[in-house]
Structure formats: C-alpha cells, structure tokens
Design a protein around this ligand. Structure first.
Ligand SMILES: [Zn+2]
Length: 183
C-alpha cells in the first residue's frame, strides 16, 4: 500500500504567512502591548528582513493551525534603552516661523525629527523647559522583554511577483495595502 506524503506547508522562505498574536510585556500575564486578532490578522512574506530575525526564527517550521508562545529578551528584540538616545534639543529646533506649535511638546507625544543628514527619527517627548526639550529616540519597544502568544492561520506559497518585490500582495482575507506598480 502506498503511503501518502504530507504536503502541508510550513513557515519558511518563499511563503506568505497569516497569523494572530498577543504581544505582552515580559510574560503571559504582562500588560498587553499589541493585539492582532482573527478579524484583522497579520500577514507577511517570510524571510525578507521585514520582521525581527528572532521572531521569524521562533515561527520557522510551524504549520497551519499551530499555536506559538515564546519570549524574546531585549537583546533578541529591540535592544536596551540607552541614555545616549535621550537628547536635549534646543527650543529653536521646534519653531515654525518663530513659534513652537501648541501641544507638540506634551510629554508622551511622539514627534518625527529630521537630522542633519535628512534622516527622520521618531522620538517621544520626555519633558521640556524654556530652553530645550528632552526627546527619547530609543525604539518604543527598547528595553522590553516581549512575550508573544498566537496562532498560524494560513500559509501559502509566495508568487514570483511577491518574491521580486520583497513583500506580499494581499489576497482575500489578508491584511496589507493593495498597490500598483509601474512596470
Ligand atoms: Zn509589490
């Protein structure tokens, strides 16, 4: 009698993965930082550097319907928060036509600033006074231990277009932006 070989796809390169996850601070009982549920799942092309390598490594080899639960240390995730990334910036840098727009320096606000090389950086306002504002440019997840719990909903082969572009093109039931390309 011939035996049937399982052809069930796994999480690996050249595959588009759709999953859900709860992201919590430190462990399964920690504060919820992000949630992606079955009504609005997360879809991505595996192995193209879109996600944390440590996150992909934990998912590799899983099949549709599999549950995952794992923890990433700050070193495996977004690194430690470092004091060099918290900077006092002179007030004139926030002025537009001589005035600082109202409310932009509210502590906790996120602002985008351009450096001298034209590169944009997302920072969080820590505090401010008449002379300067203290902005934290560490990644919002820096210093955090991240606990993920979730399910693999779908796995499909990536199309050659998707492989060429280095991202998935959303199909029925997949999240992401539809876009047009000029060929
Ligand atoms: Zn594309």
């Amino acid at each position: 009698m011939a035996s049937l070989q399982s052809t069930k796809m796994i999480v690996e390169e050249q595959h588009v993965i759709t999953l859900t996850y709860d992201l919590r601070d430190t462990d399964a009982k920690g504060e919820m930082l992000e949630r992606t549920d079955a009504e609005d799942p997360f879809t991505f092309l595996f192995g193209v550097g879109q996600l944390l390598p440590s996150f992909e490594a934990k998912l590799r080899g899983l099949k549709e319907g599999d549950h995952f639960s794992f923890t990433l240390t700050p070193e495996d995730a977004y690194g430690e928060s470092i004091s060099e990334n918290i900077v006092d910036i002179p007030m004139e840098n926030f002025q537009i036509e001589g005035e600082v727009p109202e409310n932009i320096l509210t502590p906790g606000n996120f602002i985008t600033m351009r450096d001298t090389y034209g590169q944009e950086h997302l920072g969080k306002v820590v505090s401010f006074n008449e002379i300067s504002a203290r902005i934290d440019f560490n990644h919002v997840m820096a210093g955090r231990t991240l606990h993920f719990d979730g399910n693999i909903l779908r796995i499909r082969k990536a199309t050659s277009d998707e492989m060429d572009h280095g991202h998935h093109h959303p199909q029925e039931g997949e999240a992401g932006h539809h876009h047009h390309h000029d060929e």
